[in-house]
Design a protein around this ligand. Sequence first.
Ligand SMILES: Cc1cc2nc3c(=O)[nH]c(=O)nc-3n(C[C@H](O)[C@H](O)[C@H](O)COP(=O)(O)OP(=O)(O)OC[C@H]3O[C@@H](n4cnc5c(N)ncnc54)[C@H](O)[C@@H]3O)c2cc1C
Length: 290
Amino acid sequence: MYPSRFSYEAPNSLSEAISLLHDGGDDAKVLAGGQSLVPLMKLRFASPALLVDINNVPGLDYHREDADGTLRVGALCRHADLERSALVKDKQPVMAAAAPLIADPIVRNRGTLVGSLCHADPQGDWASVVTALGGHVVAQGPAGRRTIPMASFVTGPFQNALAPDEIAVEAVVPAPAGNPGGGYLKLERRVGDFATVGVAVAIERSGGTVTRAGIALTGVGGSTITAAEAATALVGAPLSPESIERAADLAAQASNPRTDHRGSAEYKRHMVRTFVVRILNRADEAERAA
Ligand SMILES: Cc1cc2nc3c(=O)[nH]c(=O)nc-3n(C[C@H](O)[C@H](O)[C@H](O)COP(=O)(O)OP(=O)(O)OC[C@H]3O[C@@H](n4cnc5c(N)ncnc54)[C@H](O)[C@@H]3O)c2cc1C
């Protein structure tokens, strides 16, 4: 199917893009990698009157580390940039585990992490990863910049906290205070598919004790699920078989899957539990081996 008729603008600056969005109101949409928006337009599930393509805006294709270890991912940083990044490989184990699992190489070459957060698909992998890492989104609109914690950025399925005239300019992952660990595991029907179940677990340890933990779930609810109680169960002590089992049980309880063609609700809940145990056991083994 062809998309509905729309106008297209490709501004050369952020301020021009924001002003176009402001004038376009609810009928205008940002185009980043186009890997979610264009398919939706072709199916006519989305029919924006105006597309504001930000690909000509300079200076948004970065991912970099601040002096204190904070990671910043610009709005035009592609999935593939993160997959190939030495910085991510060395410093961000949860992101490094997730990057190669997003879609397929063609989608990863165009699609962006920030676009994925904005799209707020319950099956989007990055939202769980950035939530587990305690990240936030920096939005810029006519009134300037503001910071939106990832835990409140996704407001529902395919909904986010941005105003229609705001652009998400970067996603920010705070510097780990301790030794970072964890990972992302995804059950997919075939390589390149969306998640049947995805689990992100991020921990930080000092002297073996877990000082911070975040757990978030993909594809097992109406939107990304923050398993806060499960994460809290890990904090304040070293990882142990008991704390791992407890966190896994609480994460499974926090999930809210539906039975569908990908599997039963019971199976998906079981996979959440299995993935939490697997990620934490691997993190424990990695620290013992270090
Ligand atoms: C075949 C296929 C398989 C896929 N598999 C997966 C998968 O396994 N896992 C997964 O997580 N994703 C998957 N995706 C989605 C893919 O990751 C997209 O790249 C991502 O969801 C959106 O990023 P984008 O840059 O392409 O955004 P776009 O498609 O350009 O935009 C998506 C939405 O976000 C908004 N938006 C984008 N950037 C901004 C911004 N900076 N500020 C404000 N609003 C913005 C747009 O207006 C639009 O509403 C798949 C896509 C395809 C086509």
